[in-house]
Ligand binder design. Sequence first.
Ligand SMILES: [Zn+2]
Length: 272
Amino acid sequence: MTGCREATVETGDAPSFIAAYKKNRMRFRLQYYRTVPLILLPAFICMGFTRNACGDPRTATGKAPALSAAGLPDTIRKDGITLVFADGSAGMDVRQKQELIRTFFRNYPLFIKTFNPKAARTVHFKIDSGYTGVAYADAGKGSVCYSAGYLRKHPQDVDVVTHEIMHIIQNYPSGPGWITEGIADYVRHVYGVNNAAAGWALRSPRPETSYTNGYGDAARFFVWLELRVKKGIVKKLNAAMRSGRYTDRFWIKETHKDIDSLWADYMLQPEL
Ligand SMILES: [Zn+2]
């Protein structure tokens, strides 16, 4: 659970790989061995917590959610963006629900503008009382499943929304999982609305830390890169990932150093 908590779980990357495979079998074959282990590892670590309602692909869909225990899903529209919110729990705290919705409408349009103007305009949220992880996104279907139990125990953690909706914005066709998760936590750090109250913060690296951990470890590295090496590099990295043409040469092209040299520099002086 701790690993999942810190990771802010999602399993949405696997379907993207299947789509990429169908689209370009040769390219996929070339990239597969480089990227699959990194992408699937965090997903599988946390999937042990997801084998139930929300983890079932038949229910974790982008289709209009069925009637939930608490009644019909709410459909909220604002400036061309639609959020379909299905509370499948016994009824979550109304104020908390409002905060999740408010966080969505504050950040999602901003992320569209900043990271992917073509991102889905309709997003589905499902609160699931049978799901025992934290949350996960199905980027291809524009849906996020949240654990009702987790939200009940962590009422301040509204930025679980910020992290997960970034995955819908990303919807990367391929690429290393550490970058996907690192960028999602990077935007949580930059655009989060309640991180401090939720007790969420990026941590300084320990000697054994690696960027390949993704999540907060990679996110803090990205913050450092923005400050110390090249402003705007995260947006460029996101664009490379969106294109499906990311390779490790990205770092040399943008910084004249390879990723491991950059990481070594960071570990020597990781202050922000
Ligand atoms: Zn994630």
